[in-house]
Design a protein around this ligand. Sequence first.
Ligand code: NAP
Length: 326
Amino acid sequence: MADTMKAARIHKYGKSGVLEVENCERPKPGPDEILVKVHTASLNPRDWLTMRGIYQMRRVVEPFPITLGSDFAGEVAELGGNVTGFAVGDLVCAMQPLRGKFGAFAEYVKVKASVAAKLLDGISSADAAAMPCAGMTSYQTLHDVAKVHPGEVVLVNGASGGVGVYAVQIAKAMGAKVVAVCGPNNMAFCQEMGADEVINYREDDFASREDAYDVVYDVIGRSSPKAVKKALKSGGRYITTIPGPGTAFAALTSYLLGFVWPFKRKSTHLILVKPYPHNLQAMMQLILDGKMKTIVDGHYALDDIEQAVARSQTWRARGKIIIDVS
Ligand SMILES: NC(=O)c1ccc[n+]([C@@H]2O[C@H](COP(=O)([O-])OP(=O)(O)OC[C@H]3O[C@@H](n4cnc5c(N)ncnc54)[C@H](OP(=O)(O)O)[C@@H]3O)[C@@H](O)[C@H]2O)c1
């Protein structure tokens, strides 16, 4: 194994033109980490938000240069001294924890062994690299926060994007009736994914309906708890992925209210994805059972990472953007 590798790194924050694919030192795994030879990675908005410096706190834990990339799949190349349960050559995938280093847009990445999942037989590298951040966000929202019951009506706003495509399919697999909200070009696509009803956000405001949904999952953060309240049924749950001050306050208030009013009520939640390998395994099983498909917007080589970032920054991606590394 060479001591150097190719990686997509930034040396300063910026909107574009700051990402460089260059040679650098190969990382060495710490005692609780594994080193993975990356086969495939996938892009999430968090990667270019970091590039722009919006996750400024990262600079405290990780000085420049920063190798971007949160999600990846590949082959274990080296084990830290404390690691058990993995062997060199195992195929794995993972999402880097938010507080950890990123590093997946590179030929090698190190990651805590506790957040990595072994690939199930029949799962492709693209399936495994696509799902970590986007898939786990939707899996945790629908299973752990909303606790969706069969027959409930689940609305997904932003249904055609990276997080949304998993939300629609996971909600269907849980037996929900799914209402997908997307732009005009993605209506047929959302229907093909299994949505029972599709709303074109350019023509119809899903929040103007009354008593319509058990769960509103706003993947893209274009609504607010206040605007959606009357559209929720009694006991309805509003969940957003976007941690703005308004939604964070509403979610905290809703959480505290649960202690003094433990009865059926409408609630607000903010999801912050966590790196749970058992979620990755459960989603791999959904794929193997034919209940979920990986939706790929496009494949890019590591050398073309700038183009992949530019595509994601349009907010028009349909499904996941894949980076083919080796
Ligand atoms: N809190 C967390 O832990 C967490 C985890 C993961 C992601 N996120 C956040 O979740 C957001 C979505 O991520 P993503 O990966 O799904 O992004 P993405 O793939 O880039 O989203 C693109 C999709 O957004 C849709 N869209 C754009 N404007 C819309 C609108 N006004 N209404 C409805 N849909 C619209 C587009 O559909 P059309 O082309 O049909 O308009 C497109 O399919 C990001 O802000 C990300 O940072 C948060």
